[in-house]
Design a protein around this ligand. Structure first.
Ligand SMILES: C[S@@+](CC[C@H](N)C(=O)[O-])C[C@H]1O[C@@H](n2cnc3c(N)ncnc32)[C@H](O)[C@@H]1O
Length: 193
């Protein structure tokens, strides 16, 4: 696990994932497969995905436990957009300022960095903040590389099948074509039943 202190440090120095809104989310929204509604960006960091969603008509809340990431997100928000930026721990049983459920939940690489009870706790947050019909887009490092192809150490990420274990009982799960199988990454689009 990276940890809050390390995330703050990376947002002050160099956070390799920062940049544009992520391609899978952009494709799903611009193709009309995901339509505007109430959205939450779980672990929004410096906010590229949230800002993209707000620009495309979503009513957006971005949550993160890094005050440095959130400050960057606030600064990056165009004055024409209204986004609710909230500090919060996604493994807690509640997040101050958030009530109700969301039509779209987005997780780009938060749950995959959690382990054991923390992963179960964030899955509980996803369940608590969703309703039947909600979409949950989850991009993750995915531990499906055979051990003989790994270059040293354990490949990080969600254990293969973790999406079924955590969400299979209440979400229909589709694995998107990209990132490709065997790449060490995966993106799942889930619909709450
Ligand atoms: C790898 S970064 C990805 C940021 C963003 N989703 C993106 O794609 O640009 C993971 C983010 O999750 C946040 N995070 C990690 N664990 C968290 C937790 N338990 N509660 C809230 N935020 C968390 C970190 O502060 C960081 O901003």
């Amino acid at each position: 696990m990276v940890g809050r202190w390390a995330y703050n440090f990376m947002y002050r120095t160099w956070a390799p994932w920062e940049g544009e809104a992520r391609s899978e989310l952009v494709d799903l929204v611009t193709s009309g497969r995901i339509v505007p509604g109430r959205a939450i960006d779980l672990g929004c960091g410096s906010g590229a995905n949230s800002i993209f969603l707000a620009e495309h008509g979503f009513d957006v809340t971005g949550v993160d436990y890094s005050p440095v990431g959130l400050a960057k997100a606030r600064r990056a928000t165009p004055p024409s957009l209204s986004i609710e930026w909230l500090p919060g721990d996604l493994t807690a049983t509640s997040i101050p300022g958030i009530s109700g459920t969301f039509d779209l939940l987005v997780d780009y690489s938060v749950l995959d960095d959690l382990r054991g009870p923390a992963q179960d706790a964030m899955a509980a947050t996803v369940h608590r903040l969703s309703h039947p019909g909600s979409l949950f887009l989850m991009w993750c490092f995915y531990d499906e590389i055979p051990w003989w192809k790994r270059r040293g150490g354990r490949f990080p990420g969600l254990a293969e099948g973790g999406e079924q274990r955590l969400f299979g009982a209440s979400f229909e799960i589709e694995r998107l074509a990209e990132p490709a199988r065997g790449s060490g990454f995966a993106c799942f689009l889930m619909r709450r039943s």
